[in-house]
Design a protein around this ligand. Structure first.
Ligand SMILES: [Zn+2]
Length: 307
């Protein structure tokens, strides 16, 4: 390992044996390694082999920076902290309770994934509250020799944080899914928190920052560019409009899911024939439909777009 200031490494967690779908980002703080989003419990071996490839191990991890608590990014955090007594996890205040008591989170995921829970996500162990650094965004953390700035960035999840470290910006899922440089970024919109005005505002916050590189949970490093954010905004609006129009036409859920999925996968296929298969592992389109249906339902109940 090299000292603080060394480059950020993207570790491919090889989720379900598929490369380039779920990433963890690692950098040296000078006070141990920081890992942004450790991934699900099921890919812990992938995290360990990624660390080994940089001549490190779990024991070198001191800081687990979570962008949000969804299973595909935070599931392994409790296991990692259990194995590394000196490590701490960083999380938004609205997500912290779910890490200490993951029962409700696991129950609602279980309703979606049923018997596939263990194969997909593996184990999610609770984290003692004393091991959590609870954030609201806007703090300046000093980790070793580095300043780390968590930023409240809701839209994908109400408790989503991005982390700004020097020239690097760790954008979790609010920065979109981008599985290759040629793919237009796409918003993952699963239930239950999707909020379009909040997401637009988070994009405005992030694109105004001075950073050279974006690190996406799905997947990896991309240059920070106007094109990235413009593309993400455009597809976010497109996907949201497809669902709203389907609902307005009275399309049933199966029909809407089918037409949304076809349209989304066609968009991706036009950019690269290999993208649709990988995209399903990053965020299945049917999940995005459910999140947007829920969003539009709540917006209608409130008599406007906001929620
Ligand atoms: Zn995700």
């Amino acid at each position: 390992m090299t000292g603080p200031g060394a480059a950020v490494r993207t570790l491919d967690l090889n989720f379900q044996g598929v490369p380039g779908v779920i990433a963890a980002s690692v950098f040296d703080t000078g006070d141990g390694l920081a890992v942004v989003d450790v991934g699900p419990g099921s890919t812990l071996p992938g995290l360990e082999s990624g660390l080994a490839a940089m001549n490190a191990s779990l024991a070198d991890v001191r800081h687990v920076l979570l962008t949000h608590i969804h299973l595909d990014h935070a599931g392994a955090a409790g296991t990692v902290l259990g194995r590394v007594p000196g490590a701490r996890a960083y999380v938004h205040e609205r997500g912290a309770a779910h890490l200490s008591r993951p029962g409700r989170l696991l129950a609602s995921a279980g309703q979606i994934y049923g018997g596939e829970m263990d194969r997909l996500w593996g184990e999610m162990r609770p984290i003692d509250a004393e091991r959590l650094e609870v954030l609201s965004g806007g703090e300046v953390l000093r980790l070793g020799g580095l300043e780390v700035r968590p930023l409240s960035t809701p839209g994908h999840a109400v408790h989503h944080l991005a982390y700004h470290v020097r020239d690097d910006l760790f954008v979790g899922d609010v920065g979109g899914i981008r599985l290759s440089d040629t793919q237009t970024p796409r918003a993952p919109t699963p239930p239950p928190d999707i909020n379009l005005p909040a997401w637009r505002e988070s994009i405005a916050t992030l694109r105004a920052l001075d950073a050279h590189t974006l690190h996406l949970a799905h997947f990896g490093a991309h240059p920070n560019s106007a094109g990235h954010w413009d593309g993400l905004l455009a597809t976010l609006e497109l996907d949201a409009a497809r669902v709203r129009e389907g609902l307005e036409r009275g399309q049933g859920m199966d029909d809407l899911t089918g037409s949304f999925t076809r349209a989304l996968l066609d968009d991706l296929r036009a950019q690269d024939p290999a993208l649709p298969a990988r995209y399903e592992f990053a965020c299945p389109p049917w999940m995005s439909v459910q999140g947007l249906v829920r969003y539009w339902g709540r917006a209608a109940a409130r008599g406007g777009e906001g929620s």
